[in-house]
Structures are given as structure tokens and as C-alpha cells.
Design a protein around this ligand. Structure first.
Ligand code: MGD
Ligand code: MGD
Ligand code: MO
Length: 686
């Protein structure tokens, strides 16, 4: 008999899809989108459609493993009992020699955003104070910018975009990275909305909308300020701006005195008449929605640029109206309860290390870090500062990686713990974009000996307390389903309009917020208003106003800016067979990155399409295959972020020297990673 189950895609992605699986005799045989979900509407992306292959992949690690020597690839199968004993003994040895659990460190991020995957953090809290990676490699600068402007980052229900008359997609690429938003944008277009995409090159999204505005990387803040100046000059400022905002006079004075439109056109690469036309559109067409993406804020001036874009929304009265807004993301539907809730995870004496400077900070930490557990995380592929990572590893006595597959990071592990997929465990998921929350049910038994992150935390707690009673205050057993029930406390039940968590078993539900964020224009800033002038930003040593700060200039010897936006068929470092097939279909071999450059750049370096070359800087030298693309700026190289798994090979982020964004510390605990401030030279292979 075929059975069906509900799942939620737990990936770090805007869409957080509702999935229905079908099993036959205990095996997954089909995955479909859930047609009853108002946002994802029964459609899935190419990556999820491929998941049955992932679940049963021969490459999936199915048993606990121990590596004889780091980076040797000499793995041997061990039992869970052995694995948990090795880890427990290490924890006890650390406690005995240092008199504290601080030398135990945990670094987790994007692999799985389900609430039950907070288990290891909660387990660590039960041990005592430990060392944690805090912050995010992803969106920190933008989150903080919106915290200064509006008091929190909070976007309207993305379905609200359908009612917009003008949509600006600015530094986001939804045609690849948030595919369920595209039908909503298309419906708005059918109803007469005009849609413009602002990017550094002609992206897949730009190809699908009315207009493309090519912006020089990291200069969007200046473009926004130029547009704002024209709006002011044309008398298009919202008449009621005084009522809902603070500091607009200072902002307008800054625009008048400091922004020169001719200079703005030169620096941004956007012609003066285009800037004026954009301003007239944005100042007169209502409602107008800006979607500001994560790509735009991965700069040393990223937060400042985002504040300038927010200011456009506030200047024209578009924030707080249906079909308007400056949409970035939100965490409003993540108000969980119980021990796995995000705000309950830490120990008051934890040592917090900035996730984007984790390796350099960890190397200097005192007491030193001795044991490192990496879960839902592939830092040796995804982080900057790779050289520091290599050095840190040498000082550690135990490295544990829990994952589904071998990765660049697991290559350094002593112990590999195999985890279950979302088809094999219970979970609970919210989106950082749409307003739906859903329960994930297991459909099949764990593959091989895989265990869920929560099960691993219980089992380890049990083993530790067997070896030395009272060591772990985390539970030693439990039911995953009950953990879901616990996380759905009274606040969430009320938001979801249900009396019992059980009702969520019938499928995902929307939280009952109004569709338009900030519709009462009561902002969560200290003044309660939209803050053009932010005293809180000034307290953090930042400009109080959204002023323009240029991005970094390339060093003379490495003059090309390397952009590494996200790939249509990958999810960060998470690999999918569909992408591998796609790659092998080319004639490049599957392990070499494609570096896309302008034909004029190629000519300047004596390169042509298909040539082998190296991108280099002081981080290393990366072999690439050249591809030509007319729409890429002459001083820019684009490589779509992908994991070309070759544990011994070079990978993209060896070129990333770990430059940080201007904002992030105040709102997320750590500065963001200014990934797009990476500069390289290029050399033909001879
Ligand atoms: N060059 C470059 N670097 C980047 C970026 C870029 O655009 N360019 N993007 C940055 C951004 S935005 C992000 S968010 C980060 C993401 O980087 P990371 O935080 O490292 O996350 P992922 O690569 O998404 O996934 C990490 C691992 O989690 C594993 N995983 C999946 N599910 C589970 C699970 O249930 N349990 C456990 N234990 N593991 C699981 C996956 O198999 C994968 O190996 O990378 C950043 N790095
Ligand atoms: N298919 C797929 N979907 C994903 C992911 C994935 O890896 N693959 N990753 C997930 C994660 S972790 C994240 S953070 C999101 C990221 O999704 P997005 O918010 O779309 O972010 P990025 O892909 O980093 O960049 C988006 C666009 O910004 C452009 N950009 C870069 N610099 C600038 C600039 O200075 N100005 C302007 N105007 N544009 C610029 C890039 O060229 C790119 O086209 O997607 C999520 N969804
Ligand atoms: Mo991300």
C-alpha cells in the first residue's frame, strides 16, 4: 500500500517548500509539491525533485566512521557505541584537564534550518559553558541595516507583491534562488506591473522581466541616493513623511549637499537619464515594491547600501502599504518554545566567536579550543580565511563532523556521524520569506545507521552520563514528535490559529499577521518611527544617516573583482546529482570551475572561450575554464558558487580572504562576510 507524508524542505532557502512524499513498502518512490500550499503551490525546484537520489545515494555515509589520519581518506566503520564513547571520553578529559567545558566548540549553520536541528546546541548548554560560532555568513549586514531603519527586519507576505504596480528586484536572483516568487511576479506583470532587475550582470531574473539596470558592484547605495535626490527635487516625497519618520530633514540636506548626479552616474555605471527615469517611476507609481536581495549586501559597505535603498521606500511612503515595502526577509514566524527554541539555546557563560572569523579567533582563544563539532556546516568549503582554518585544525585533539555526505570539511574529521534526511525524522520549519509554518513527518526508516541530530544529542547525553553521572543535563532519551509539540508553544499556536499542534499535521499553516509588514507604521526603533537618522547606528560607530561609502578598491596586482553568486542547481555546498550530470555533460570535466568574464577582459589577458587559466591572489591559485559573457563588467569575474567535490583539490573560497561587512555585530552577533570584496588576478595556463 502506498502511503503519503508531509515534509518541509529544511534548506537555507527563501521558499521552504511543502513536499508530499509517497512510499511503497517502506521506500520513497515519489516526491511532489503540495498543491494546497498557497506559496509553493505544488511546484518544487530541480534540487528537491532530485532528493530521492540523494536519500538512497551510494555516496551517502550510512555508518559512523573514524579516520585514521586527517585528510588521509582512510575511514573505518565503527559502531555508534564506539563513536559516542570516543566523543564522551574527550569531553570528560577536557573537563578534567581544563576544569571547564569552554575548550569544546560547536559551529553550525546552513545545512538544515529545522528547529529540531538545534539539538546539539541545547546539548552543549547542558554540559556547561562552551564555545559557539555566532552570527551568519550570509545576510548579517542587511539584517542590521533594517534593524536600524525599522527596528527589525520584517517583510510583507511575499504573495502581497502580486498587487504591486512597480517591482524592483535589486541584488536578488529569484529565477534561481527563490523560484516560487517568479509566478507571483509574472502575475503582477500580467496585471500591468512594471518589473526592473538591478544586478551586476544580466542574470536569469533580468532575462525574465521588463528592464535590466546594470550596476557596478557595491555601488547600489550611491544609485539609491541619486534616485532619492531626484525624488526630492521633483517634489515626490510622501506628504505625511513627518508622521512616520525621524530625521528626513537631515537626510534630505545630505542629499542636496553631498550627492552629485553626474558623479553618481559615473560611479554606478547607470546613465543619468536612466537614474532620472527610475526616480520618476518610483516617485509616481504606487504601490511600488523593492525586493532587496542578499547578493547586494555582501560588501564592506553592504549595510550602508541597504539603508540607502530602505530610505527610498520610506521617502515615497511605500513602506507599510499593500504591494509596497522594501522586502529583505524576516524571523517573525520563528517564535518557538521549549528547550530547542533559538532564544533558549545558549549558556550565559558561553564564549561566542564570530562565525566569519571563527578560525583566527579560535586559534587565539584561551583556554584553547580542543574539540570542535561541525554540524550542518562545511566551513572548509564555504568560509573565508582558509589558511587560518588549516592552522586551527592542527591544534585540535578531536574533530567531529555530522553530515549526510563526505565534504571538504569532513576530510579533516576524526569522527564522522551520519545523519538522517528530512524523510527520516520529525521536524518543524518556518520560512525567512513567506508566512507558512509546517511540520515535517518521517516517511521512511533511517537509511543505514543514520540518526537524527536530536537523536545523536540524546544518545551522547546518555553515554556521557553512563561514564560519569551528572555530566550532561540534556535529556538522555525522548520522542522527536513530542519535541515538535513542545516547540509549538502557546504563542505559536495563537499565531497559527490552532488549539493543538496536531492540527499542523494536516499541512502547513500561515501565521495570522496582516499581509503587509509595518502597516500600522509603528516601527520597533527607539523612536517608534522609521529612522533615517539612527542614533543606534551612531552608537555602533556607524554613520547615523544612510550615506554613501564606496566599496573596496582592488589592489594593483589583483585588479579583478570575483563575484560568486548562488547556483541554480546547488544549495551552497550541498550537491545534487542534477548539477553533476549537467556539469559532466559539458566538455570540461566535472571538477573545474567556470570563470565568466567579458570578451574585452579575455582579450586583454590573451584568453578565449574554453581556455584553461588560473585565478590567483594570496589565498591561492584556482584552476578555471574561461567562458565569455558580454554582460559582465570588464573588471569582474563571475563563478557561480558550487561544490565541485574533490577533497584534495582547490576550491573557490581559498581565494576568499575573509573581508567583513560594515554591519552585523549589533543585530546578529557578528559582522557578515563581504564575499564580493574578493579580488583576483588571472593567468593563462601555459
Ligand atoms: N564563495 C562563496 N561562499 C559562500 C557563499 C557564496 O555565495 N559564495 N554563500 C555564503 C552563504 S549565503 C551561506 S548561507 C554559507 C553556507 O555554508 P554552510 O553553512 O557551510 O552550509 P551548506 O553548504 O548549506 O551546508 C553545510 C552542510 O550541511 C549538511 N547537512 C544538510 N542537512 C543536514 C542535517 O540535517 N544535519 C547535519 N548535521 N548536516 C546537514 C550538508 O550536507 C552540507 O555538507 O556559505 C557562504 N559561503
Ligand atoms: N538554487 C539556489 N537557491 C538558493 C541558494 C543556492 O545556493 N542555490 N542559496 C540560498 C541562500 S543560503 C541564500 S543566502 C539565497 C541567496 O539568494 P539571493 O538573495 O538571490 O543572493 P545571491 O545569489 O548572493 O545574489 C543575488 C544577485 O545579486 C547580484 N549582485 C552581487 N553583487 C551585487 C551588487 O553589488 N549590486 C547588485 N545590484 N547586485 C549584485 C548577483 O550577481 C546575483 O545575481 O538563496 C538561497 N536559495
Ligand atoms: Mo545564505
Amino acid at each position: 500500500m502506498a502511503e503519503t507524508h508531509y515534509h518541509i524542505c529544511p534548506r537555507n532557502c527563501y521558499d521552504t517548500c511543502s513536499i508530499i512524499s509517497t512510499t511503497h513498502k517502506g521506500r520513497l518512490i515519489a516526491i511532489e509539491g503540495n498543491p494546497a500550499h498557497a506559496y509553493t503551490k505544488g511546484k518544487l525546484c530541480a534540487k528537491v525533485m532530485d532528493e530521492i537520489h540523494k536519500v538512497y545515494s551510494p555516496q551517502r555515509v550510512k555508518y559512523p566512521l573514524r579516520q585514521r589520519k586527517r585528510f588521509s581518506g582512510q575511514w573505518e566503520r565503527i559502531s555508534w557505541e564506539e563513536a559516542l564513547t570516543i566523543i564522551s571520553e574527550q569531553i570528560l578529559a577536557i573537563k578534567d584537564s581544563y576544569g571547564t567545558t569552554l575548550p569544546i566548540a560547536h559551529n553550525k549553520y546552513s545545512g538544515n534550518f529545522g528547529i529540531l536541528h538545534n539539538a546539539l546546541e541545547a546539548f552543549m548548554t547542558g554540559l556547561g559553558p562552551t564555545t559557539r560560532a555566532v552570527g551568519s555568513p550570509c545576510w548579517s549586514a542587511g539584517v542590521e541595516a533594517q534593524a536600524y531603519d525599522m527596528g527589525a527586519f520584517f517583510c510583507s507576505d511575499p504573495l502581497d507583491m502580486e498587487g504591486s504596480k512597480l517591482i524592483w528586484i535589486w541584488g536578488a536572483n529569484p529565477a534561481w534562488n527563490a523560484v516560487h516568487q517568479m509566478p507571483i511576479i509574472f502575475r503582477a506583470m500580467e496585471r500591468g506591473a512594471k518589473v526592473v532587475c538591478f544586478d551586476t550582470h544580466f542574470s536569469a531574473t533580468a532575462a525574465r522581466v521588463h528592464e535590466f539596470v546594470q550596476v557596478k558592484p557595491g555601488t547600489d547605495g550611491l544609485l539609491a541616493l541619486g534616485i532619492a535626490k531626484v525624488i526630492v527635487e521633483q517634489g515626490l516625497v510622501a506628504p505625511d513623511i513627518e508622521e512616520y519618520s525621524l530625521g528626513h530633514e537631515q537626510f534630505i540636506t545630505y542629499l542636496k549637499e553631498n550627492i552629485d548626479l553626474q558623479e553618481c552616474a559615473e560611479a554606478t555605471g547607470v546613465a543619468l537619464d536612466v537614474i532620472k527615469k527610475l526616480a520618476m517611476d518610483y516617485g509616481t507609481i504606487k504601490p511600488a515594491c523593492i525586493w532587496v536581495g542578499f547578493g547586494l549586501q555582501r560588501y564592506s559597505n553592504g549595510g550602508q547600501n541597504l539603508r540607502a535603498i530602505d530610505a527610498l521606500g520610506a521617502l515615497t511612503g511605500n513602506i507599510g502599504i499593500p504591494g509596497g515595502g522594501v522586502q529583505y526577509g524576516h524571523f517573525e514566524s520563528w517564535r518557538y518554545a521549549g528547550p530547542l527554541a533559538h532564544d533558549r539555546l545558549g549558556h550565559p557563560q558561553d564564549r561566542q566567536l564570530d562565525i566569519n572569523q571563527f578560525a583566527p579567533l579560535a586559534r587565539k582563544a584561551e583556554p584553547p579550543i580542543k574539540m570542535l563539532w561541525l554540524a550542518s556546516r562545511n566551513p572548509l568549503q564555504q568560509d573565508g580565511n582558509q589558511e587560518e582554518w588549516r592552522e586551527l585544525l592542527k591544534t585540535l585533539s578531536l574533530i567531529v563532523v555530522s553530515d549526510l555526505f563526505h565534504t571538504s570539511t569532513s576530510a579533516c574529521a576524526d569522527i564522522f556521524l551520519p545523519v538522517t534526511t528530512h524523510y527520516e525524522h520529525w521536524d518543524l520549519n518556518s520560512s525567512y520569506w513567506h508566512y507558512y509554518v509546517g511540520i515535517n513527518e518521517p516517511a521512511i526508516e533511517p537509511v543505514g545507521e543514520a540518526r537524527s541530530d536530536l537523536q545523536i544529542a540524546w544518545d551522547l547525553s546518555k553515554r556521557l552520563n553512563e561514564l560519569r553521572p551528572g555530566t550532561s543535563a540534556f535529556p538522555t532519551e525522548g520522542s522527536e514528535q513530542e519535541a515538535v509539540w513542545q516547540a509549538l508553544g502557546p504563542e505559536m499556536l495563537e499565531l497559527l490559529g490552532i488549539d493543538s499542534p496536531k492540527e499542523l499535521l494536516k499541512g502547513p499553516r500561515r501565521v495570522n499577521f496582516p499581509a503587509t509588514a509595518w502597516q500600522d507604521r509603528k516601527f520597533r526603533t527607539p523612536s517608534g518611527k522609521y529612522e533615517f537618522y539612527s542614533a543606534r547606528a551612531a552608537e555602533q560607530g556607524l554613520p547615523a544617516l544612510p550615506i554613501y561609502k564606496p566599496p573596496l578598491k582592488p589592489p594593483a596586482d589583483t585588479p579583478l573583482r570575483l563575484l560568486t553568486p548562488h547556483h541554480y542547481a546547488r544549495l551552497n555546498s550541498q550537491a545534487y546529482a542534477v548539477a553533476a550530470e549537467d556539469n559532466e555533460g559539458g566538455n570540461y570535466g566535472s571538477l573545474i570551475y567556470k570563470a565568466r568574464i567579458n570578451p574585452a577582459t579575455a582579450q586583454a589577458y590573451g584568453l578565449k572561450s574554453g581556455d584553461k587559466a588560473f585565478l590567483w591572489n594570496r589565498g591561492g591559485s584556482l584552476p578555471v575554464i574561461i567562458e565569455l559573457e558580454q554582460s559582465i563588467g570588464q573588471d569582474v569575474v563571475i563563478i557561480y558558487q558550487e561544490n565541485l567535490t574533490n577533497p584534495k583539490g582547490l576550491y573557490l573560497n581559498q581565494l576568499n580572504l575573509g573581508v567583513l561587512t560594515d554591519m552585523g555585530k549589533f543585530a546578529t552577533g557578528a559582522y557578515g562576510l563581504a564575499l564580493n570584496e574578493t579580488f583576483v588576478g588571472i593567468r593563462k595556463e601555459v
